[in-house]
Design a protein around this ligand. Sequence first.
Ligand SMILES: Cc1ncc(COP(=O)(O)O)c(C=O)c1O
Length: 289
Amino acid sequence: MANYPEKVYLNGEILDAQEAKISVFDRGFLFGDGIYEVMLRIKGSFFYGAEHLQRLAKCLEKINIEFDVSCLPNTIDLLLKASNLELQDCLLYIQVTRGVAPRKHSFPNSTVPTLMLYAMPFVLPELNDKPISVVTTRDFRWHRCDIKMTSLLGNVMANDVAIKAGHYETVFYRDGKVTEASHSNIFFVKDSTVYTHPANEHILNGITREIVIELCHKNDIAVKEKAVWREDIVKMDEAFLTGTSTQIASIQKIDDHYFYQGSAPGLVTQKLQKLFLQLKNSYECEKLI
Ligand SMILES: Cc1ncc(COP(=O)(O)O)c(C=O)c1O
């Protein structure tokens, strides 16, 4: 099965992917009632793995799924061994749903959460140096985009519009302000200051977003967590997207507006891309939790 993982961890068992089955009454299946995480293992360490697991724990708490993430490092070790990925760069997907219960909107009194993980080989390019084009759309999602939930329909619908029209991403705006994109965060640069939407309920606070803000602080690059008006996009000098697999991707074109021609992004974007690469190359994580 090309593009599928070989092994899946499901509720205590490691199975061949095609053998992994869940109940049709799983609330993840019926309602998208679950939380997920994606992280990358690079040269033997999960890049900001502890932060990814903390976000998973926080999101589970936000939707009242009782699940202790401290069991995960052990499970991840077992999965990597079974998948023959201990020595390879790979992507790890984790999903926790509320579990199986008769279909009813209200949270069931007691269910056992469904835990599913898989890992697949995944090698990041050193730098994401492809100039990308994006389109904008009104943010038609709900008001809890801070929750990394499995019900991604709004994001999926928006992303599909971009992909079908030959773009990389769809960028959302809400009440006139740019929020984030369908699977990445967005930053702008104006007069050498970096801008991004504040981490509130209208965006997912990306781990990569946080890393970029920290890189700015540590390297004397001015940064403001302040949203940019959609109508002001054309006045910005540079724009880029961030995400676990996107890394830092320079936006060349947004709707009909070009930030630059040719292949070289703006100077601040280039500097952050280099700093990010250095960070990846020097990163060593001691423990996942
Ligand atoms: C809606 C949304 N925003 C932002 C991000 C970027 O988050 P991270 O940097 O943690 O990958 C993602 C990643 O999946 C996302 O789905």
